[in-house]
Design a protein. Structure first.
Length: 405
């Protein structure tokens, strides 16, 4: 019998048993930094923007010159010039004057706000009517509003998404210090497994887990290192697992993780270091092992591809994030269940589902399948979790759905 942990206990063990590893870094050009993990804080040494700018097309002016004006009684100001985009302006506004400034243009000295062109009238005689009062600061971005010298723009550990690349561009950080991806060993074990390119003989199946888990690792931003399909030969499996653990930052071993005679993963992990847990109270995915050889985590994943996938999403990705000191963002979306969904296992249940939008709300249709049908997982948009204490959810219940993305 396995001494199972709850999912929460398993996640807590991941946090307490592992800590961020230093790891190597490299510097890549901005255009190659998407999806990488920032290795150092990025501090600005400039102002962004470096000058006071307008956020609208209109007239720069002194707000005090327009107080009380209206459509009926415009404030009449003298037009003293026009600011060109991309140029410093040496215009200075005397009292009662205004200057035309396009969106993003520099604000002339003396002006303290912008009034949108929609609220003005050009009388064509060198004067402009202002139909709506300004207020100090209106429609302006001041020097340094976005970034000031010394300010930390991005923190180490951030995953670089398009907006982060935009922020790096804004401060001129075109050489980006990033972590080298974690190297994660992938091993499949089972006498019945053949590579996907091979036609399975009687009793054989193709290795689904290695390509699927390698893809998940790549999607996360780690580098999968495939150590092959290993037969259920304990000595050989131990030798290759030990080699993988010595060469990689983490090891994913799928298959042979149950408590059967031929299931050697737990004995092997124990012999290479320590088993932290064997068994998690989830369905599917109960025969999951977490252990370590030295400080290198070894995860024994269930052989069933669907279980291997869910366990990897639930525990392997948080483990990798822990090793990298990275904040994992995997926020669920709220959806409404389209039909009753039973659950009465005393184990948390993971259910694949499809998502669709109906009447402006997301609905989640559970995919009912026998355990382990990979094509049904492939059809799913995501998955939902049912608490171990919950005996099922009624149609219409709100559920949190995690994307497969
Ligand atoms: P195991 O965890 O070794 O008991 O395997 C459980 C089930 O998953 C068995 O039906 C195996 O044939 C299947 N299985 C194990 N490893 C893989 C794999 N890499 N790809 C596809 N199916 C697998
Ligand atoms: Mg097996």
């Amino acid at each position: 019998m396995l001494q199972v942990k709850t999912p929460e206990e398993a996640l807590r063990l991941i946090e307490t048993e592992f800590s961020p590893i230093g790891g190597h870094t490299e510097t890549v050009p901005l255009e190659a930094a998407l999806g990488r993990v920032l290795a150092q804080d990025v501090c600005a040494n400039e102002y962004v923007p470096d000058f006071d700018r307008s956020t609208v097309d209109g007239y720069a002016l002194r707000a005090a010159d327009t107080f009380g004006c209206s459509d009926a009684i415009p404030a009449i100001l003298n037009l003293v010039g026009e600011v060109q985009m991309g140029e410093q302006t040496d215009l200075a506004l005397p009292r009662g004057a205004c200057a035309y400034v396009p969106t993003g243009g520099a604000i002339p000295a003396g002006a303290d706000c912008m009034v949108m062109i929609e609220y003005t009238e050009d009388y064509g005689d060198g004067t402009i009517g202002i139909l709506k009062p300004g207020a100090p600061g209106l429609n302006l971005i001041f020097r340094g509003d976005d970034v000031r010298p010394g300010q930390t723009v991005l923190h180490a550990g951030s995953v670089l998404t398009p907006p982060e690349l935009g922020a790096l561009a804004a401060v001129g950080q075109t050489a980006v210090p990033v972590r080298m991806p974690l190297r994660v060993a992938v091993l499949s074990t089972g006498d019945e497994l053949v590579p996907p390119e091979q036609t399975p003989g009687p009793g054989q199946v193709r290795d689904v887990n290695a390509p699927m888990l390698s893809a998940l690792l790549r999607q996360y931003g780690a580098e999968p290192v495939f150590y092959g399909i290993v037969s259920d030969d304990e000595a050989q499996l131990r030798r290759i697992t030990a080699k993988a653990a010595s060469e990689c930052d983490a090891v994913l071993l799928s298959g042979g993780s149950s408590a059967g005679v031929k299931d050697a993963a737990c004995r092997i992990i124990a012999s290479l270091g320590a088993v932290l847990f064997h068994g998690v109270a989830i369905k599917p995915g109960k025969p999951t092992i977490l252990g370590k050889a030295g400080n290198t985590p070894i995860v024994g994943l269930p052989g069933h591809p669907v279980a291997a996938y869910f366990v990897s999403k639930l525990f392997v990705l948080p483990l990798l994030a822990r090793l990298e000191g990275r904040v994992l963002k995997n926020h669920p979306v709220r959806a409404v269940l389209t039909e009753n969904l039973g659950a009465n296992h005393g184990r948390a249940q993971i259910n694949a589902c499809t998502l669709s939008e109906r009447d402006g709300a997301l609905s989640a249709a559970p995919i009912r399948s026998k355990s382990g049908l990979i094509t049904q997982l492939a059809e799913a948009d995501g998955y939902l979790l049912i608490d171990r204490d919950c005996e099922g959810l009624p149609k219409g219940a709100p559920v949190d759905v995690y994307w497969n993305l």
